[in-house]
Design a protein around this ligand. Structure first.
Ligand code: IMP
Length: 431
């Protein structure tokens, strides 16, 4: 089997972690190709909830090798704390199982400090970043001044890091933020450099070999389509390419690796968004919104995994889903959190927008220009049954199946899998 790419179809909170976990049981390699520890992937195995931010979430399976690709930005502090917490609960995250690209970029304390200082300077115009230093690290990458994992294993790493922190201190001063104390950063990063050495590899070559040997490689996209730097709701986006085609570049694979690949778009059964920005299908009716969002008591309630912020909730936006399907080339859809919709008096799905009396089936200038659009809905009956115990398509209530069919029709992509709860086995394959 070739490459399988799993991508978030929305704003990055689709519940990809548990879907990757489902697919990972059939993979020999799981890989991440973009972003850093801004991601938040929750996987529940038995009574254990794993919250992974940086390491591919497929690592919680005993079989696959986990690869962190060249498209990523890696904070060594988060890396080693995540490795330690995985090993504490018996997951092997040693260098035989976890391989880190020599060409991946580093996030340093300077990037984190700059992220926070730049957000503060933006004031009301702030992006609402996770504060993990993602933007400044990718900025340095594009400016060709950043440090890479390969630098950590070189002999002049400490000098290079010192120069980097001095330069960042000048930028911090310009933003009115305090300078970093260079000595402690050099000390801790020297220790990280020794520790990271056995993990570093030419991961692109290893993946190429895996694909040639007929192994299954699962590429795990972080964030989601609408957070993509080019095609998302710019400037309220992350700083990496999140889409399926970025898996090739971010893992160092050639075009032929994409031949016959499966592209799974993970999409919640409704819409959520963190922070500000237009949201045409937002539900303002508090009783319905609360039903979707939850109270925050359960880990799968609609509160950010990385930031803890409550998410805004709304009806599924089919216009945005079609957009995501086109840009990623989805070959199948995975719908998550169907169980949350049980008990809704009716279900709506946005099929088009209207603005100034005109109907739009697609956005004229992509999702950045959502302002002023109103949703046009198809309304379907709801269902009252608890679906969380269902494992067969034919056992789902008819209105739930009708809704899933409507999603597939509106998106133009078939629904292949549905999740009905946070546990590993709470999955219903399409009939
Ligand atoms: P950054 O990636 O920290 O620069 O944040 C940029 C935007 O992306 C902010 O709106 C974040 O909340 C959002 N974001 C980044 N990573 C994720 C994610 O994994 N899920 C959802 N939103 C994210």
């Amino acid at each position: 089997m070739p490459l399988k790419i799993v991508v978030g179809a929305q704003w990055g909170d689709e519940g990809k972690g548990r879907i990757v976990d489902w697919f990972a049981s059939q993979a020999e390699v799981v890989a991440r190709y973009n972003g850093g520890d801004n991601a938040g992937h929750s996987v529940t195995v038995g009574s254990q909830l794993f919250k992974l931010h940086l390491i591919p979430s497929g690592i919680v399976h005993p079989r696959p090798v986990a690869i962190m690709g060249n498209g990523m930005v890696i904070n060594p502090e988060s890396l080693f704390s995540e490795i330690e917490s995985l090993e504490k609960v018996g997951v092997d995250a040693g260098p035989k199982r976890l391989r880190i690209s020599h060409a991946a970029h580093l996030i340093t304390p300077a990037h984190k400090a700059l992220d926070k200082a730049m957000e503060a300077a933006r004031g009301k115009e702030s992006i609402g970043t996770t504060g993990r230093g993602i933007g400044p690290a990718y900025t340095d990458k594009a400016a060709r001044t950043n440090l890479r994992v390969a630098d950590m294993v070189g002999t002049d790493f400490v000098e290079k890091l010192g120069t980097h922190i001095e330069s960042a201190n000048r930028s911090l001063a310009a933003l009115g933020a305090p300078a970093l104390d260079i000595g402690p950063v050099l000390d801790t990063f020297s220790q990280y450099a020794t520790r990271i050495r056995p993990f570093v590899a030419d991961t692109a070559a290893e993946m190429d070999a895996a694909l040639r040997a007929g192994q299954t490689v699962l590429a795990e996209g972080a964030q989601g389509t609408l957070l993509d730097i080019d095609h998302g709701t710019y400037p309220f986006v992350t700083s990496s390419s999140t889409l399926a085609p970025a898996a090739l570049l971010g893992l160092g694979l050639g075009m032929t690796a994409a031949r016959d690949s499966i592209v799974s778009g993970v999409c919640k059964a409704f819409q959520t968004r963190v922070g500000s920005g237009p949201f045409p299908t937002e539900i303002h009716e508090e009783s319905l919104a609360l039903r979707l969002r939850g109270t925050g008591e359960n880990p799968w309630d609609e509160y950010g995994t990385t930031t803890g912020r409550p998410r805004r909730v709304g009806w599924l936006d089919g216009v945005l889903l079609r957009y995501a399907a086109r840009l990623n080339g989805f070959t199948e859809l995975v719908i998550t959190k169907l169980d949350i919709l049980s008990g809704m008096p009716h279900i709506k799905i946005c099929t088009a927008y209207t603005r100034n009396g005109k109907i739009y089936h697609d956005l004229p200038f992509g999702p950045t220009d959502l302002e002023g659009f109103e949703a046009v809905y198809e309304e379907l009956p709801g269902w009252t049954e608890d679906v969380s115990g269902i494992r067969r398509w034919e056992d789902l209530p008819q209105p739930a199946r009708d809704y899933l069919d409507a999603i597939g029709r509106v998106a133009g992509v078939p629904v292949r899998l549905v999740s009905v709860g946070p546990e590993r086995e709470q999955i219903v394959p399409a009939g």
